[in-house]
Design a binder for this molecule. Structure first.
Ligand code: ADP
Length: 641
């Protein structure tokens, strides 16, 4: 088939891969045949290739919807590096930057446009969408469309509506975690014309799942880190613990680092690089760590706390052993953890009135009047906000998370965004300005000589470099850029590395927030169900861990793994049963011939474990199979055999 040759060529030419991974080719073919397709591939299974390769075959633009801004940025950067035109539009961006990006989409030539879901409803986006030639709609993290899923995001529900503007265009939905009911729901909510699912088994043969109830979790962790050579990730629930546990490991001679979303962007980048490059052996992190990290040789992932769902556990644990070599996913818990997750659960669903109050305070805190604020960004420190409004941080945090899911706001952790400029004045105006303001004029010339593309898009700049080239201080350079902005010559977006909050929609009166009681209650009930699934996973004593996990995701015919704590226990139990039977046989055989003392019997049994023999003798006496006479000799009671 000519098409097959094409897609192999493209895979090799742009990605440098000579073969597809399992199911990639089938999924791509299905899309190229114009069929709506749901692809369920585990993390690391290579989902992006599934829409990027057909995107290169098809003539127009592929529209990619994704809620994960950092991943979206990474993918755009990777495509651009391959010489493929790609752009992203998301709510954390400056409004002017969004406008320029969308304008550029209209001129054509963009192969991939990434959009975060809350942008879909905006008038501007729909206007642009109608004029673009879209050939494929890819929906990443497609489980976000389902309220049965563990990460339901209401703005995803808008996707079906935008399909009306691109009729006849196939949709490719991708996810790494979906229970059977979510699989059905995704297809319904996206308006699939026919059901069509490609699912790779979630079985991870090289990954051994272990669950231990352990009162000394730190001691156990240390033993794991010392015994299992290689790189590991340790997950904990709170930021403070990341540091404490990393210090504990360091004090025990282990190269460890810690990571959470509260660290500044540079520190996070450094910690991640040190771990990726093997400078640190273990990273102790909150769940902020790991998304988009593609390190193949992670030998173990240890959870020191319980997760909220099996989906989250499976995702995080699954970061071990991408290279297919033997690896371990260990979950350590103690009795009190169970009460703790139940308490956390309660606080993660603040009352609806509380959420409304947090939303109102937020508007006041940022100084946004009702009816405005759309797309405005603010530096936002949760602790300062809570201090001002006398709120408990956990409650405020959870209320913000719900507001974010509902698409009202967007919280960005501190991402480092570099300074950018875009020249908005036309050549004529620029000349005029250069003539009337010679100093500014030569400054502009330096800008134009140093950077290309300034007229068409926002371009990264470095104030320090410009300062050197213009022979000014950095301060004066910044002042000059601001001056040029005031005179409508350019738009200047200074660098930021603070956590940010964006109003995705104009502020409304909190009383009108759309948080329907029934939906809220349903979400809470679903979350409870997911938590209970985690609790029954750890409480289980009979069923192989891998089988349990797979059954949760709808695979009920998987074999026992043979290596998890439960399989091991069962093996041990069956070994000890065989050993017991052997001992009984030896004892019976010996005592049927003559009576013996315990010592003589042990002697007779040769290599067998002494303690076990004594144990079995005691048991046989209890059963009445053996009696001891006054000379302390043991005798086999024939009638009892
Ligand atoms: P996912 O989104 O499913 O987690 P990615 O799309 O990020 O996975 O891909 C995971 C890794 O696998 C990436 O490093 C990617 O380059 C690599 N990869 C994807 N497809 C192939 C392939 N056919 N051959 C080799 N490597 C691949």
């Amino acid at each position: 088939m000519a098409e097959t040759a094409d897609i192999h060529d493209i895979l090799l030419r742009y990605w440098g891969f000579s073969a597809f991974r399992p199911l990639q080719e089938e999924i791509i073919r299905s899309i190229l045949e114009g069929r709506d397709t749901l692809a369920l591939l585990p993390t690391g299974g290579g989902k992006s290739v599934c829409f990027q390769v057909p995107g290169m075959v098809l003539p127009g633009t592929t529209l990619v919807i994704s809620p994960l801004i950092a991943l979206m940025k990474d993918q755009v950067a990777n495509l651009v590096r391959k010489g493929i035109r790609a752009a992203a539009v998301y709510s954390g961006m400056d409004r002017r930057e969004i406008d320029v990006t969308l304008d550029n989409c209209l001129f054509g030539g963009i192969k991939f446009l990434y959009v975060s879901p809350e942008r879909l409803q905006t008038e501007r986006f729909i206007e642009v969408l109608k004029q673009m030639k879209i050939s494929l709609l890819a929906v990443d993290e497609a489980h976000c469309i389902s309220q049965w899923g563990y990460d339901f995001r209401p703005p995803y529900l808008e996707i079906e509506a935008i399909r009306e503007f691109i009729p006849g265009i196939p949709v490719l939905a991708l996810t790494a975690t979906a229970t059977p009911e979510v699989v059905t729901d995704i297809q319904e909510k996206l308006g699939f014309r026919q059901t069509n699912v490609f699912q790779k088994s979630f079985e991870r043969k090289n990954l051994t799942y272990l669950v231990f109830k352990e009162e000394d979790k730190l001691g156990r962790l240390l033993r794991i880190v010392r015994n299992v050579k290689g790189t590991g990730i340790v997950y904990v629930r709170n930021r403070k613990k990341t540091k404490e546990i990393a210090s504990f490991l360091i004090n025990n001679g282990i190269r460890a680092g810690h990571y959470h979303a509260g660290l500044d962007a540079i520190t996070r980048e450094t910690r991640q690089d040190e771990w990726m490059g093997g400078k640190t052996q273990v990273i102790v992190a909150t769940n902020a760590f790991g998304m988009g990290i593609d390190k193949p040789d992670v030998r173990y992932v240890v959870h020191m706390d319980l997760t909220d769902s099996m989906e989250a556990y499976f995702q995080e644990a699954g970061r071990a052993g991408r290279d297919e070599k033997r690896s371990y996913a260990v979950l350590l818990y103690e009795q009190s953890d169970i009460a703790q997750v139940r308490t956390n659960f309660q606080s993660s669903f603040p009352e609806r009135d509380t959420i409304k109050a947090v939303y109102n305070s937020l508007g006041n805190y940022c100084g946004v009047p009702e009816g405005s604020g759309e797309d405005q960004r603010f530096d936002f420190e949760l602790s300062a906000f809570c201090r001002q409004y006398k709120m408990a941080q956990l409650v405020a945090f959870n209320a913000l998370r719900i507001l974010e899911r509902e698409g009202y706001i967007l919280l960005n952790e501190a991402v480092r965004s570099p300074s950018k400029i875009h020249i908005t004045a036309d050549k004529e105006a620029l000349y005029h300005f250069q003539v009337t303001q010679p100093l500014a004029g030569s400054f502009i010339k330096t800008l134009l000589r140093s950077y290309s593309g300034l007229f068409s898009d926002f371009t990264r700049i470095d104030e320090a470099v410009i300062a050197t080239r213009t022979g000014q201080t950095r301060e004066n350079t910044v002042r000059m850029l601001q001056h040029l902005q005031e005179h409508d010559i350019l738009t200047y977006l200074p660098a930021s590395d603070k956590p940010q909050l964006t109003f995705s929609r104009p502020r409304i009166n909190g009383a009108y927030l759309d948080l329907s009681e029934s939906r809220y209650n349903q979400l809470k009930a679903m979350a409870k169900r997911r938590l209970e699934a985690v609790l029954s996973y750890i409480a289980e004593t009979d069923r192989c861990r891998s089988q349990q996990l797979l059954a949760y995701f709808g695979e009920t015919d998987a074999p026992p793994c043979g290596g998890c704590d439960i399989c091991q226990m069962q093996k041990k139990a069956s070994h000890s049963e065989t050993a017991r039977k052997q001992i009984v046989a030896v004892i019976q055989e010996s005592l049927s011939r003559e009576s013996m003392t315990v010592a003589e019997l042990i002697n007779k049994a040769g290599q067998m474990d002494e303690d076990r023999i004594v144990e079995v003798i005691r048991w046989l006496m209890d059963q009445g199979n053996i009696t001891m006479d006054t000379m302390q000799k043991l005798r086999w009671n024939k009638h009892r055999t």
